[in-house]
Design a protein around this ligand. Structure first.
Ligand SMILES: O=C(O)C1=C[C@@H](OP(=O)(O)O)[C@@H](O)[C@H](O)C1
Ligand SMILES: C=C(OP(=O)(O)O)C(=O)O
Length: 444
Protein backbone atom coordinates (compact mmCIF):
# COMPACT_ATOMS: atom_id res chain seq x y z
CA UNK A 1 0.00 0.00 0.00
CA UNK A 2 1.35 3.44 -0.78
CA UNK A 3 0.89 6.43 1.46
CA UNK A 4 1.43 10.14 0.75
CA UNK A 5 4.05 10.10 3.54
CA UNK A 6 7.10 7.91 2.77
CA UNK A 7 7.39 6.65 6.34
CA UNK A 8 3.71 5.72 6.64
CA UNK A 9 2.09 2.51 5.41
CA UNK A 10 -1.63 2.68 4.64
CA UNK A 11 -2.92 -0.40 6.40
CA UNK A 12 -5.31 -2.22 4.04
CA UNK A 13 -8.97 -2.53 5.00
CA UNK A 14 -10.50 -6.00 4.64
CA UNK A 15 -13.30 -5.79 2.09
CA UNK A 16 -14.39 -9.45 2.25
CA UNK A 17 -14.13 -12.35 4.68
CA UNK A 18 -10.69 -13.97 4.66
CA UNK A 19 -9.82 -17.42 3.37
CA UNK A 20 -6.07 -17.79 3.65
CA UNK A 21 -3.31 -20.16 4.72
CA UNK A 22 -0.28 -18.29 6.02
CA UNK A 23 3.06 -20.07 6.60
CA UNK A 24 4.69 -18.16 9.43
CA UNK A 25 8.53 -18.21 9.63
CA UNK A 26 10.47 -19.75 12.51
CA UNK A 27 10.24 -18.74 16.15
CA UNK A 28 12.54 -15.91 17.18
CA UNK A 29 12.85 -17.24 20.71
CA UNK A 30 13.70 -20.78 19.64
CA UNK A 31 16.00 -19.61 16.82
CA UNK A 32 18.14 -17.46 19.09
CA UNK A 33 18.28 -20.12 21.81
CA UNK A 34 19.38 -22.74 19.28
CA UNK A 35 22.02 -20.39 17.87
CA UNK A 36 23.45 -19.45 21.28
CA UNK A 37 23.51 -23.04 22.46
CA UNK A 38 25.01 -24.32 19.20
CA UNK A 39 27.88 -21.88 19.78
CA UNK A 40 28.58 -23.51 23.16
CA UNK A 41 28.24 -27.08 21.90
CA UNK A 42 30.93 -29.73 21.60
CA UNK A 43 30.23 -30.22 17.89
CA UNK A 44 28.48 -28.68 14.89
CA UNK A 45 24.72 -28.09 14.64
CA UNK A 46 22.22 -27.92 11.80
CA UNK A 47 19.25 -25.61 12.40
CA UNK A 48 16.34 -26.06 9.98
CA UNK A 49 13.65 -23.42 9.28
CA UNK A 50 15.58 -20.98 11.45
CA UNK A 51 14.09 -17.50 11.43
CA UNK A 52 16.11 -15.09 9.31
CA UNK A 53 15.25 -11.62 10.64
CA UNK A 54 17.05 -8.70 12.25
CA UNK A 55 17.14 -10.34 15.69
CA UNK A 56 18.56 -13.65 14.46
CA UNK A 57 21.06 -11.93 12.14
CA UNK A 58 22.25 -9.90 15.15
CA UNK A 59 22.66 -13.13 17.13
CA UNK A 60 24.49 -14.84 14.25
CA UNK A 61 26.80 -11.83 13.73
CA UNK A 62 27.56 -11.62 17.44
CA UNK A 63 28.50 -15.29 17.57
CA UNK A 64 30.67 -14.90 14.46
CA UNK A 65 32.37 -11.93 16.11
CA UNK A 66 33.11 -14.24 19.05
CA UNK A 67 34.76 -16.72 16.65
CA UNK A 68 31.90 -19.15 15.95
CA UNK A 69 31.16 -20.07 12.35
CA UNK A 70 27.51 -19.45 11.40
CA UNK A 71 26.40 -20.10 7.85
CA UNK A 72 22.98 -18.45 7.43
CA UNK A 73 22.77 -19.22 3.69
CA UNK A 74 21.24 -22.39 2.27
CA UNK A 75 18.30 -24.48 3.32
CA UNK A 76 19.59 -25.09 6.81
CA UNK A 77 21.85 -23.01 9.03
CA UNK A 78 25.16 -24.64 9.98
CA UNK A 79 26.87 -23.62 13.22
CA UNK A 80 30.43 -24.71 13.96
CA UNK A 81 31.52 -23.84 17.50
CA UNK A 82 35.00 -22.61 18.38
CA UNK A 83 36.93 -21.24 21.36
CA UNK A 84 35.30 -17.87 22.09
CA UNK A 85 37.51 -14.85 21.51
CA UNK A 86 37.39 -11.50 23.26
CA UNK A 87 38.50 -7.99 22.31
CA UNK A 88 35.31 -7.64 20.27
CA UNK A 89 32.10 -5.60 20.22
CA UNK A 90 28.63 -7.17 20.05
CA UNK A 91 25.81 -5.09 18.54
CA UNK A 92 22.56 -6.14 20.24
CA UNK A 93 20.32 -3.92 18.11
CA UNK A 94 17.03 -3.98 20.04
CA UNK A 95 17.06 -7.75 20.57
CA UNK A 96 16.37 -8.79 24.16
CA UNK A 97 17.53 -12.29 23.28
CA UNK A 98 20.95 -10.96 22.23
CA UNK A 99 21.50 -8.45 25.05
CA UNK A 100 20.32 -10.95 27.73
CA UNK A 101 21.58 -14.28 26.31
CA UNK A 102 25.13 -13.33 25.32
CA UNK A 103 26.69 -11.64 28.40
CA UNK A 104 27.08 -15.00 30.20
CA UNK A 105 28.44 -16.50 26.97
CA UNK A 106 30.89 -13.59 26.70
CA UNK A 107 32.18 -14.40 30.20
CA UNK A 108 33.60 -17.59 28.61
CA UNK A 109 35.54 -15.62 25.96
CA UNK A 110 39.24 -14.92 26.33
CA UNK A 111 39.01 -11.15 26.67
CA UNK A 112 36.67 -8.15 26.96
CA UNK A 113 33.40 -8.15 25.05
CA UNK A 114 31.72 -4.77 24.71
CA UNK A 115 27.92 -4.77 24.28
CA UNK A 116 26.16 -1.93 22.43
CA UNK A 117 22.74 -1.51 20.84
CA UNK A 118 20.12 0.76 19.31
CA UNK A 119 19.29 3.98 21.11
CA UNK A 120 15.95 2.40 22.18
CA UNK A 121 17.88 -0.55 23.64
CA UNK A 122 19.66 1.73 26.11
CA UNK A 123 16.38 2.01 28.05
CA UNK A 124 15.87 -1.75 28.44
CA UNK A 125 16.63 -3.22 31.88
CA UNK A 126 19.89 -5.18 32.21
CA UNK A 127 20.86 -4.56 35.85
CA UNK A 128 19.78 -7.83 37.52
CA UNK A 129 21.63 -9.92 34.92
CA UNK A 130 24.82 -7.86 35.21
CA UNK A 131 24.60 -8.03 39.02
CA UNK A 132 24.23 -11.82 38.85
CA UNK A 133 27.33 -12.10 36.67
CA UNK A 134 29.29 -9.91 39.08
CA UNK A 135 28.13 -12.15 41.95
CA UNK A 136 29.70 -15.01 39.99
CA UNK A 137 33.03 -13.10 39.94
CA UNK A 138 32.69 -12.01 36.32
CA UNK A 139 33.96 -8.46 35.86
CA UNK A 140 31.36 -6.27 34.15
CA UNK A 141 32.06 -2.58 33.53
CA UNK A 142 29.25 -0.10 32.97
CA UNK A 143 30.14 1.95 29.90
CA UNK A 144 27.12 4.22 30.37
CA UNK A 145 24.27 4.36 32.86
CA UNK A 146 24.63 1.49 35.38
CA UNK A 147 22.36 -1.45 34.65
CA UNK A 148 21.89 -0.56 30.97
CA UNK A 149 23.66 -0.98 27.67
CA UNK A 150 26.46 -0.27 26.84
CA UNK A 151 28.65 -2.41 29.12
CA UNK A 152 31.73 -4.61 28.88
CA UNK A 153 31.97 -8.21 30.07
CA UNK A 154 35.57 -9.20 30.79
CA UNK A 155 35.76 -12.82 29.66
CA UNK A 156 38.45 -14.94 31.31
CA UNK A 157 37.88 -18.19 29.39
CA UNK A 158 36.04 -19.80 32.31
CA UNK A 159 33.35 -19.08 34.91
CA UNK A 160 33.30 -20.77 38.31
CA UNK A 161 29.50 -20.94 38.59
CA UNK A 162 27.77 -22.10 41.77
CA UNK A 163 24.71 -20.30 43.17
CA UNK A 164 23.23 -16.98 42.17
CA UNK A 165 20.11 -14.94 42.94
CA UNK A 166 18.43 -12.82 40.28
CA UNK A 167 15.36 -10.59 40.34
CA UNK A 168 13.72 -11.51 37.04
CA UNK A 169 10.49 -9.56 37.61
CA UNK A 170 11.65 -7.17 34.85
CA UNK A 171 12.37 -9.93 32.33
CA UNK A 172 12.43 -13.71 32.25
CA UNK A 173 15.39 -13.35 29.89
CA UNK A 174 17.68 -12.69 32.88
CA UNK A 175 17.07 -16.28 34.01
CA UNK A 176 17.27 -17.75 30.50
CA UNK A 177 20.51 -15.87 29.81
CA UNK A 178 22.17 -17.39 32.88
CA UNK A 179 20.84 -20.91 32.29
CA UNK A 180 21.85 -21.09 28.62
CA UNK A 181 25.58 -20.80 29.35
CA UNK A 182 25.54 -22.55 32.73
CA UNK A 183 26.51 -26.08 31.63
CA UNK A 184 29.83 -24.60 30.52
CA UNK A 185 30.53 -23.12 33.98
CA UNK A 186 33.00 -25.16 36.10
CA UNK A 187 30.42 -25.96 38.78
CA UNK A 188 27.28 -25.55 36.70
CA UNK A 189 24.78 -23.10 38.20
CA UNK A 190 21.80 -22.81 40.51
CA UNK A 191 19.67 -19.74 39.77
CA UNK A 192 17.05 -18.52 42.25
CA UNK A 193 14.49 -15.87 41.29
CA UNK A 194 14.02 -13.37 44.13
CA UNK A 195 11.57 -10.80 42.74
CA UNK A 196 7.85 -10.29 43.46
CA UNK A 197 6.57 -11.59 40.10
CA UNK A 198 8.00 -13.76 37.36
CA UNK A 199 6.86 -12.99 33.80
CA UNK A 200 7.02 -15.24 30.74
CA UNK A 201 7.43 -18.56 32.55
CA UNK A 202 6.89 -20.48 29.25
CA UNK A 203 10.03 -18.80 27.89
CA UNK A 204 12.03 -20.12 30.87
CA UNK A 205 10.50 -23.55 30.30
CA UNK A 206 11.58 -23.20 26.66
CA UNK A 207 15.16 -22.59 27.81
CA UNK A 208 15.04 -25.65 30.05
CA UNK A 209 13.60 -27.79 27.22
CA UNK A 210 16.19 -26.63 24.70
CA UNK A 211 18.99 -27.36 27.20
CA UNK A 212 17.65 -30.83 27.97
CA UNK A 213 17.32 -31.61 24.26
CA UNK A 214 21.02 -30.78 23.96
CA UNK A 215 21.87 -33.32 26.69
CA UNK A 216 22.21 -30.83 29.54
CA UNK A 217 20.90 -31.97 32.95
CA UNK A 218 18.50 -29.38 34.44
CA UNK A 219 16.55 -29.67 37.69
CA UNK A 220 13.52 -27.36 37.74
CA UNK A 221 11.57 -29.30 40.37
CA UNK A 222 11.56 -26.41 42.88
CA UNK A 223 9.46 -23.32 42.08
CA UNK A 224 11.54 -20.42 40.76
CA UNK A 225 14.84 -22.28 41.24
CA UNK A 226 16.74 -23.90 38.37
CA UNK A 227 19.87 -26.04 38.65
CA UNK A 228 22.06 -26.78 35.62
CA UNK A 229 24.71 -29.50 35.94
CA UNK A 230 28.11 -28.81 34.40
CA UNK A 231 28.66 -30.86 31.26
CA UNK A 232 28.93 -30.95 27.51
CA UNK A 233 26.31 -29.35 25.28
CA UNK A 234 25.55 -31.61 22.31
CA UNK A 235 25.56 -30.30 18.75
CA UNK A 236 22.13 -30.92 17.24
CA UNK A 237 20.06 -31.20 14.10
CA UNK A 238 16.80 -29.42 14.86
CA UNK A 239 13.66 -28.21 13.11
CA UNK A 240 12.51 -24.79 14.38
CA UNK A 241 8.78 -24.37 15.11
CA UNK A 242 6.94 -21.48 13.44
CA UNK A 243 6.72 -18.31 15.52
CA UNK A 244 3.31 -18.55 17.16
CA UNK A 245 3.42 -14.98 18.50
CA UNK A 246 3.98 -13.77 14.94
CA UNK A 247 1.07 -15.96 13.84
CA UNK A 248 -1.18 -14.05 16.25
CA UNK A 249 -2.01 -10.98 14.10
CA UNK A 250 -2.85 -13.22 11.12
CA UNK A 251 -5.13 -15.44 13.20
CA UNK A 252 -6.76 -12.39 14.79
CA UNK A 253 -7.34 -10.97 11.29
CA UNK A 254 -9.94 -13.70 10.70
CA UNK A 255 -11.79 -12.52 13.80
CA UNK A 256 -11.74 -8.88 12.71
CA UNK A 257 -12.53 -9.39 9.01
CA UNK A 258 -14.56 -12.59 9.32
CA UNK A 259 -13.64 -15.77 7.48
CA UNK A 260 -10.82 -18.19 8.20
CA UNK A 261 -7.04 -18.00 8.50
CA UNK A 262 -4.98 -21.20 8.77
CA UNK A 263 -1.42 -21.56 10.03
CA UNK A 264 0.37 -24.80 9.04
CA UNK A 265 3.06 -26.60 11.06
CA UNK A 266 1.33 -25.66 14.35
CA UNK A 267 3.20 -27.73 16.97
CA UNK A 268 1.27 -30.45 18.83
CA UNK A 269 2.91 -29.23 22.03
CA UNK A 270 5.09 -26.19 22.56
CA UNK A 271 6.79 -24.00 25.14
CA UNK A 272 6.03 -20.90 23.05
CA UNK A 273 3.55 -18.58 24.80
CA UNK A 274 1.62 -18.49 21.52
CA UNK A 275 0.43 -21.96 22.48
CA UNK A 276 -2.11 -20.07 24.64
CA UNK A 277 -3.66 -18.42 21.57
CA UNK A 278 -6.34 -21.05 20.80
CA UNK A 279 -7.79 -20.61 24.28
CA UNK A 280 -7.51 -16.81 24.34
CA UNK A 281 -9.03 -16.35 20.87
CA UNK A 282 -11.86 -18.78 21.65
CA UNK A 283 -12.69 -16.67 24.71
CA UNK A 284 -12.74 -13.60 22.47
CA UNK A 285 -15.27 -15.17 20.10
CA UNK A 286 -13.26 -17.19 17.55
CA UNK A 287 -13.89 -20.73 16.43
CA UNK A 288 -10.55 -22.54 16.61
CA UNK A 289 -9.73 -25.96 15.19
CA UNK A 290 -6.58 -28.04 14.86
CA UNK A 291 -6.73 -30.32 11.82
CA UNK A 292 -3.53 -32.37 11.76
CA UNK A 293 -0.88 -29.70 12.18
CA UNK A 294 -2.97 -26.88 10.68
CA UNK A 295 -4.49 -24.44 13.16
CA UNK A 296 -7.49 -22.58 11.80
CA UNK A 297 -9.19 -19.59 13.33
CA UNK A 298 -12.60 -18.54 12.02
CA UNK A 299 -14.52 -15.44 12.92
CA UNK A 300 -17.58 -13.41 12.07
CA UNK A 301 -16.21 -9.94 12.70
CA UNK A 302 -17.71 -10.03 16.17
CA UNK A 303 -15.05 -9.89 18.92
CA UNK A 304 -15.70 -10.10 22.67
CA UNK A 305 -13.74 -8.40 25.42
CA UNK A 306 -11.93 -10.48 28.06
CA UNK A 307 -10.33 -10.21 31.48
CA UNK A 308 -6.96 -11.80 30.92
CA UNK A 309 -3.80 -12.34 32.96
CA UNK A 310 -1.11 -12.23 30.27
CA UNK A 311 1.84 -12.64 32.66
CA UNK A 312 2.87 -15.85 30.89
CA UNK A 313 2.54 -14.40 27.41
CA UNK A 314 3.23 -10.66 27.53
CA UNK A 315 4.53 -10.87 23.99
CA UNK A 316 0.91 -11.32 22.83
CA UNK A 317 -0.34 -8.15 24.55
CA UNK A 318 -0.03 -5.67 21.64
CA UNK A 319 -2.03 -7.98 19.35
CA UNK A 320 -4.67 -8.72 21.98
CA UNK A 321 -4.99 -5.02 22.89
CA UNK A 322 -5.53 -4.10 19.21
CA UNK A 323 -8.15 -6.84 18.92
CA UNK A 324 -9.78 -5.60 22.12
CA UNK A 325 -10.12 -2.10 20.65
CA UNK A 326 -12.44 -3.67 18.02
CA UNK A 327 -14.47 -5.75 20.47
CA UNK A 328 -18.09 -5.37 21.63
CA UNK A 329 -17.20 -5.12 25.35
CA UNK A 330 -14.26 -3.91 27.49
CA UNK A 331 -11.04 -5.86 28.03
CA UNK A 332 -8.71 -5.87 31.00
CA UNK A 333 -5.13 -7.15 30.52
CA UNK A 334 -3.24 -7.88 33.75
CA UNK A 335 0.19 -9.11 34.86
CA UNK A 336 2.19 -7.22 32.24
CA UNK A 337 3.86 -4.32 34.06
CA UNK A 338 7.20 -5.55 32.66
CA UNK A 339 6.07 -4.55 29.15
CA UNK A 340 7.21 -1.05 30.13
CA UNK A 341 10.76 -2.37 29.51
CA UNK A 342 10.12 -4.04 26.15
CA UNK A 343 11.10 -2.58 22.73
CA UNK A 344 9.32 0.52 23.98
CA UNK A 345 7.04 1.17 26.96
CA UNK A 346 4.32 -0.95 25.37
CA UNK A 347 1.61 -0.01 27.87
CA UNK A 348 2.14 3.70 27.16
CA UNK A 349 2.46 3.08 23.42
CA UNK A 350 -0.74 1.04 23.17
CA UNK A 351 -2.69 3.52 25.29
CA UNK A 352 -1.44 6.41 23.15
CA UNK A 353 -2.11 4.82 19.76
CA UNK A 354 -5.53 3.35 20.53
CA UNK A 355 -6.51 6.75 21.98
CA UNK A 356 -5.14 8.54 18.88
CA UNK A 357 -7.57 6.50 16.73
CA UNK A 358 -10.48 7.70 18.85
CA UNK A 359 -10.48 4.66 21.14
CA UNK A 360 -10.24 4.41 24.90
CA UNK A 361 -7.29 2.62 26.48
CA UNK A 362 -5.99 3.33 29.97
CA UNK A 363 -2.91 2.05 31.75
CA UNK A 364 -3.25 0.35 35.13
CA UNK A 365 -0.38 -0.46 37.48
CA UNK A 366 0.16 -3.80 35.71
CA UNK A 367 -1.70 -3.64 32.44
CA UNK A 368 -4.37 -2.02 30.31
CA UNK A 369 -8.11 -1.47 30.21
CA UNK A 370 -9.46 -1.16 26.67
CA UNK A 371 -13.00 0.18 26.25
CA UNK A 372 -14.20 -0.15 22.65
CA UNK A 373 -15.26 3.08 20.92
CA UNK A 374 -15.92 3.92 17.26
CA UNK A 375 -12.44 4.47 15.74
CA UNK A 376 -11.65 7.08 13.11
CA UNK A 377 -8.22 6.19 11.67
CA UNK A 378 -5.08 8.29 11.55
CA UNK A 379 -1.36 7.86 12.14
CA UNK A 380 -0.40 4.80 14.22
CA UNK A 381 3.04 5.36 15.75
CA UNK A 382 5.24 2.32 16.31
CA UNK A 383 8.21 3.43 18.49
CA UNK A 384 10.67 1.00 16.79
CA UNK A 385 8.43 -1.83 18.03
CA UNK A 386 7.59 -4.60 15.56
CA UNK A 387 4.50 -5.67 17.51
CA UNK A 388 3.14 -2.10 17.58
CA UNK A 389 3.33 -2.18 13.76
CA UNK A 390 1.44 -5.46 13.43
CA UNK A 391 -1.11 -4.23 16.00
CA UNK A 392 -1.72 -1.16 13.82
CA UNK A 393 -2.24 -3.37 10.77
CA UNK A 394 -4.89 -5.32 12.69
CA UNK A 395 -6.81 -2.16 13.63
CA UNK A 396 -6.50 -1.00 10.01
CA UNK A 397 -8.33 -4.08 8.74
CA UNK A 398 -11.54 -2.62 10.19
CA UNK A 399 -10.80 1.12 10.40
CA UNK A 400 -10.17 3.04 7.16
CA UNK A 401 -7.27 5.51 7.17
CA UNK A 402 -4.88 3.83 9.64
CA UNK A 403 -1.38 4.89 8.60
CA UNK A 404 1.27 2.73 10.26
CA UNK A 405 4.54 4.55 10.88
CA UNK A 406 7.78 2.69 10.04
CA UNK A 407 6.21 -0.66 9.16
CA UNK A 408 9.78 -1.76 8.33
CA UNK A 409 10.30 -2.21 12.07
CA UNK A 410 8.56 -5.58 11.60
CA UNK A 411 11.93 -6.80 10.22
CA UNK A 412 12.97 -7.36 13.84
CA UNK A 413 11.21 -10.73 13.75
CA UNK A 414 9.18 -10.85 10.52
CA UNK A 415 10.80 -9.08 7.54
CA UNK A 416 8.13 -10.39 5.15
CA UNK A 417 5.22 -9.01 7.18
CA UNK A 418 3.75 -6.63 4.60
CA UNK A 419 3.85 -9.25 1.83
CA UNK A 420 2.35 -11.91 4.06
CA UNK A 421 -0.39 -9.50 5.21
CA UNK A 422 -1.36 -8.35 1.71
CA UNK A 423 -1.03 -11.95 0.47
CA UNK A 424 -3.45 -13.04 3.20
CA UNK A 425 -5.95 -10.38 2.07
CA UNK A 426 -5.58 -11.33 -1.61
CA UNK A 427 -5.82 -15.07 -1.07
CA UNK A 428 -8.99 -17.08 -1.64
CA UNK A 429 -7.17 -20.12 -0.38
CA UNK A 430 -7.79 -23.04 -2.79
CA UNK A 431 -4.77 -24.73 -1.29
CA UNK A 432 -2.47 -21.76 -1.90
CA UNK A 433 -0.07 -21.05 0.97
CA UNK A 434 1.06 -17.47 1.58
CA UNK A 435 4.75 -17.61 2.58
CA UNK A 436 7.59 -15.11 2.80
CA UNK A 437 10.45 -16.97 1.15
CA UNK A 438 12.95 -15.65 3.70
CA UNK A 439 13.10 -18.51 6.13
CA UNK A 440 15.97 -20.99 5.85
CA UNK A 441 14.43 -24.30 4.71
CA UNK A 442 10.79 -25.42 4.37
CA UNK A 443 8.25 -23.80 6.69
CA UNK A 444 5.49 -26.36 6.39
O1 LIG B 1 13.18 -15.48 26.16
C1 LIG B 1 12.57 -15.06 25.17
O2 LIG B 1 12.78 -15.48 24.01
C2 LIG B 1 11.56 -14.02 25.37
C3 LIG B 1 11.07 -13.78 26.63
C4 LIG B 1 10.04 -12.74 26.90
O3 LIG B 1 10.72 -11.65 27.49
P1 LIG B 1 10.24 -10.93 28.85
O4 LIG B 1 10.24 -11.94 29.94
O5 LIG B 1 11.22 -9.84 29.02
O6 LIG B 1 8.85 -10.43 28.56
C5 LIG B 1 9.33 -12.29 25.63
O7 LIG B 1 8.53 -11.17 25.88
C6 LIG B 1 10.33 -12.00 24.54
O8 LIG B 1 9.68 -11.57 23.38
C7 LIG B 1 11.10 -13.26 24.19
C1 LIG C 1 9.68 -8.43 23.86
C2 LIG C 1 10.05 -8.85 22.65
O1 LIG C 1 11.31 -8.97 22.18
P1 LIG C 1 12.74 -9.15 22.85
O2 LIG C 1 13.19 -10.54 22.49
O3 LIG C 1 13.58 -8.11 22.19
O4 LIG C 1 12.60 -8.96 24.32
C3 LIG C 1 9.02 -9.23 21.64
O5 LIG C 1 9.41 -9.76 20.59
O6 LIG C 1 7.82 -9.02 21.87
Amino acid sequence: MTSPHPDLWSAPVAVAPLDATVAVPGSKSLSNRYLALAALAAGPSTLRSLLVSRDTRLMASALETLGVQVDLGGDAVQVTPAALRGDVTVDCGLAGTVMRFLPAVAALADGPVRFTGDVEALARPMGPLLQALRALDVRVDDDGEPGRLPFTVHGRGAVRGGNVDVDASGSSQFVSGLLLAAARFDQGLTVRHTGPTLPSLPHIEMTVAVLRDAGVVVDDSRPEIWHVEPGAVAGRDVQVEPDLSNAAPFLCAAMVAGGTVRVPAWPASTTQPGGLLPDILTRMGATVALDGDVLSVSGTGEVHGVDLDLRAAGELAPTIAALAALADSPTRLRGIAHLRGHETDRLAALAAEITRQGGQCEQTSDGLVVTPRALRGGTWRTYADHRMATAGALVGLRVPGVEVEDVATTAKTLPGFVDLWTGMLASADAGHVVRDGLTAGPTA
